[in-house]
Design a protein around this ligand. Sequence first.
Ligand code: AMP
Ligand code: GLY
Length: 420
Amino acid sequence: MNILILGGGGREHALAWAVLQNPKCDRLIVAPGNAGINMIAECATLDLSDGGAIAGFCEAEAVDFVIIGPEAPLVAGVADRLREGGLLVFGPGAEAARLEASKSFAKTICDAAGAPTAAYAHFTDHESARAHVAAQGAPIVIKADGLAAGKGVVVAETVDQALAALDDMFGGSFGTAGAEVVIEERMTGEEASFFVLCDGETALPIGTAQDHKRAGEGDTGPNTGGMGAFSPAPVMTDQVTEAAMNEIVHPVLAEMTRRGTPYQGVLFVGLMIENGKPRLIEFNVRFGDPECQALMMRLGGQVLDLMQAVAEGRLDQMSVNWAEDHAMSVVMATRGYPGAYEKGSVIAGLETCPEDSFHQVFHAGTAMRDGRYVVDGGRVLAITARGASLREAADRAYAMVDRIDWPEGFCRRDIGWRAL
Ligand code: AMP
Ligand code: GLY
């Protein structure tokens, strides 16, 4: 089978690594990929928003199966365009991808499905939004409705912070994403990421993880795309998982099917759990990054069979065989991230890291220059390890971090602290 993966981050490196473990994979192309992915697969340059161009590439290269990593091409309808051309595709069409692309759409679906989530109101004009904040008081959560690269959410402790967030969003800081806002009740509890494969009919949970969104230790500092993750998430007990499936996942998928837009792909269910009860924070229509890196270490090559079964609508025949262990992914980022940072610094020592089914360095923002790895993004590496315990996974991951010689990089030293 010839496979094309769209994307070029740590998530796609982990997907590529897992797919290559499966003997069904004859040829693997990743677009655009990165310097680490280029060591294990072919990389190609493609416009990820241009479904027609991608379809043409697939025909020319005899691609059998396309796996779409990031949300942008999904939201742009690339999966629809490729399916129209008869290709096998992993990932939802544009209409189903609105579960991530529009927070008010996700809320509407939750209402229709009776899925527990924070109370909310939806606004398209600044004045009514301000009046709502004044009436509700703080704490309160302000969200840009559209895609905002993880930066469109403000958990405001005071009314002034909430009003400032509204000024920002209606003032255009998030472009069209902020032209509409959702204002929510602030939920409390512990967060977890829950991943469920869906083929439009069957839903199959494939793992849980916890991310660390803040840049600083002890969960302080600015929000990032994610500084580290571990799997499984202890808060996702069997009872909580069952409640999340019965109260959120199944009803929401049924509602999508009822509307004529069945969901096909991986549903990333962001949950807040309090007193054993899960409530939805948000949906994403893709794997999390870096959650995916930890998950792939535990799933390995079977993930290709699972994704293929999703695309072919025969997930009911599948089951998941877990490594009953723990995985951790520690993100190394460029100093300055998530603010301004410089590209081009040299990363040395990568060749001294072990590379086996317990240890992998997944690349996110790297490029190769004169035979050396250099920085090409904010989040640069996802150092990932498995162990019999979370402690062992963490020790292995940090032992690799310590082998990397890159003065311009930093990481959080406390990934997993809540569980450890
Ligand atoms: P999102 O982009 O929707 O995942 O939001 C980013 C982060 O904001 C989440 O991971 C939560 O930590 C926080 N958050 C979002 N919505 C709420 C809410 N209603 N109550 C409390 N925290 C929230
Ligand atoms: N790590 C969170 C995300 O991928 O959205």
